[in-house]
Design a protein around this ligand. Structure first.
Ligand code: ATP
Length: 300
């Protein structure tokens, strides 16, 4: 089970470069989060791995084969998203039978168990499901397919909070039952953090970070204290984000690199804090173009 990208590009038309010069290696079982802002290139990347799109340049291999229009990919890789469609008018029970005939590793017990747990009606029509229920059904279908590579593109669209929690729990249990490559794109990294083993950050079509969660937790640290002291102490460091946390108090998140020596800052009475993987991801993918208030501020 392996996904390899070597200098992969995807262009749409002449102007739009959705993926640029991207290298990636995913080998063996893992649950990896794919995180990036709107338009960063997550869906394009997942669609190329699933064989729906052909790279414009570079080499993309899934289990040693090029996935585009490849029947082996179709049975070994599943992509779950809210655009999944099934032949019109099919009821859910029939769709599950179709899954059983299509995927060699299909797990009937899990399919039926999750179907019953989430109270689906086998006679209900897929195209008549609500947005959240459709996402949930698609996710059950994708888990039960038990393909060696399972890709989720924003799988929880429309799900309420409790359903999202149950779904993530099912995803983890399913992974522990049958470890495989799972790649999950999400804007809700905080909800996923406990399940993930690694995170891929993508911006403007390029993967700029691929780290395990423990490494991400070591990636940075924070300093909190009087704003002037924080500014002085962090002047020569890579500040990933900063925020006011009270009158004249500031918290800065810094990259933990060799040039950053915490001791002098501690000597200034600044409080050193832990930064979660979620916060690191947020800081690294945040927009550098100011805040939305600026739009309204300009009119004053
Ligand atoms: N079929 C297409 N034709 C032209 N441009 C496209 C097409 N599909 C995607 N793009 C462009 O490629 C870029 C990456 O889009 P993509 O959908 O992969 O981003 P994303 O990270 O999944 O975004 P979101 O979080 O909003 O779903 C965007 O600029 C998008 O407009």
């Amino acid at each position: 089970m392996k996904i390899e990208l070597d200098q992969v590009y995807k262009r749409f038309g002449k102007q739009q470069v959705a993926i640029k010069n991207t290298n990636l290696l995913l080998e063996g079982p893992s649950i990896t989060g794919l995180v990036g802002r709107n338009g960063a290139g997550k869906t394009t990347l997942l669609h190329m791995i699933a064989g729906f799109l052909k790279p414009s340049k570079g080499t993309l291999m899934v289990n040693g084969e090029m996935p585009f229009n490849n029947i082996a990919t179709a049975t070994n890789v599943s992509l779950i998203d809210d655009g999944m469609t099934f032949p019109e008018g099919l009821d859910l029970g029939t769709i599950l039978s179709f899954g059983a005939s299509m995927y060699p590793n299909w797990n009937e017990e899990i399919a039926e168990g999750l179907f019953a747990f989430f109270e689906f009606d086998p006679k209900a029509k897929h195209d008549a499901l609500s947005k959240g229920k459709k996402s949930l059904f698609n996710a059950i279908f994708g888990l039960a397919a038990r393909t060696p590579i399972t890709l989720f593109d924003e799988p929880t669209t429309g799900m309420d909070e409790e359903t999202r929690r149950d779904f993530y729990r099912a995803l983890l249990k399913d992974y522990l039952d049958e470890p495989r490559i799972m790649l999950v794109s999400s804007h809700h990294i905080e909800e996923l953090e406990d399940l993930l083993e690694a995170v891929i950050l993508i911006e403007n079509g390029s993967i700029f970070l691929h780290e395990t969660i423990p490494d991400l937790e070591e990636y940075s640290f924070s300093f909190t204290g009087p704003a002037v002291e924080v500014d002085e102490a962090t002047a020569d460091s890579t500040v990933l984000s900063e925020e006011a946390v009270g009158p004249n108090l500031k918290r800065a998140v810094l990259k933990r690199d060799l040039r950053t020596i915490p001791e002098p800052m501690v000597d200034r009475g600044l409080k050193v804090g832990h930064v979660s993987a979620t916060e690191v991801c947020r800081a690294l993918t945040k927009s550098r173009k100011g805040v939305v208030d600026d739009v309204y501020g300009k009119r004053e």
